[in-house]
Write a protein that binds this ligand. Structure first.
Ligand SMILES: Nc1nc2c(ncn2[C@@H]2O[C@H](COP(=O)(O)OP(=O)(O)O)[C@@H](O)[C@H]2O)c(=O)[nH]1
Ligand SMILES: [Mg+2]
Length: 254
């Protein structure tokens, strides 16, 4: 018989399990899915809510997912070391993406699929930089989605509107949305402009027999700009709570 195990040629692909990593999942063909589900345009709160549910599910399992940053149809899942499965990329990407897809599907009542990729993080500055990069994308996505909606309301097709907006500066999009929809983009809900964070937090619970520290899952719908001093402080506290950069040791395979 053919040695089928030897055909699993990617099963040895591993990331260092003793440093943090991000698995970013992105909804596959969500433009079409949004139409089929009948999501409100440009933003429907069911999207972030379904991803928050998926994040909570991942965090409640015995996996070191300590923070999830989500917007539009993507989420960055932060893993604190030791990264499970010895850092096996196939395992990490397939388990996390499929579980995330399953919960979102149940929430929106439509089959949804998320792709996944691994990003290596060497130190805190890099992680802040990575998250700021995604948050910039959240803002660009908000500008563009509102501007598309504004032009389509005037009768353009989606393709025409997209062509019209190509290469336009953000000031122009801002003006356009204000003029045509009467919406000041600086005032739309924070989750639309900056995304949403799900994190683990330590809370002190007072009981009959004294107080006890417990980790709880918290959802932040009002998050700061990650690149601002406030944002850096906010992120540092999350990293410290979950020992993202001080965790030691290599995980046994399991
Ligand atoms: N109507 C609606 N669509 C959304 C919402 N969030 C994300 N989307 C859709 O998801 C797409 C995400 O972008 P991208 O990943 O590039 O597109 P994909 O390849 O179709 O998944 C956006 O272009 C929107 O069409 C939402 O809240 N409402
Ligand atoms: Mg997508």
């Amino acid at each position: 018989m053919i040695d089928w195990k030897r055909r699993e040629i990617f099963s040895n692909l591993m990331i260092p399990p003793d440093i943090p990593a991000v698995v970013r999942v992105d909804g596959w063909r969500f433009r079409r899915l949004a139409e089929e589900v009948g999501l409100e345009r440009p933003f429907d709160r069911r999207m972030p809510e379904s991803m928050v549910s998926a994040a909570k599910e991942l965090m409640s399992l015995n996996l070191p997912v300590v923070m999830v940053y989500a917007f539009s149809d993507e989420a960055s899942l932060l893993l604190a070391p030791p990264v499970p499965w010895n850092g096996r990329v196939e395992k990490l990407v397939s388990v996390l993406s499929s579980l995330f897809s399953a919960v979102v599907s149940l929430e929106i009542k439509h089959a949804a699929s998320f792709d996944g990729r691994v990003i290596l993080i060497r130190e805190e500055g890099e992680l802040v930089d990575y998250l700021s990069w995604r948050q910039d994308e959240a803002w660009r996505n908000a500008l563009n989605s509102y501007a598309l909606a504004a032009l389509e309301r005037e009768g353009m097709t989606r393709g025409e509107a997209a062509r019209e907006l190509r290469g336009k500066k953000s000031d122009y999009l801002h003006e356009l949305v204000f003029e045509k929809l009467g919406i000041n983009l600086a005032k739309v809900p924070t989750w639309q402009r900056r995304g949403v964070v799900v994190r683990k937090s330590v809370v002190i619970r007072k009981g009959e027999h004294g107080s006890a520290k417990r980790k709880e899952i918290v959802v932040d719908w009002e998050i700061p700009l990650f690149s601002s001093p406030e944002g850096r402080r906010y992120l540092r506290e999350i990293f410290e709570t979950s020992s993202v950069f001080s965790g030691k040791g290599i995980t046994p395979d399991g």
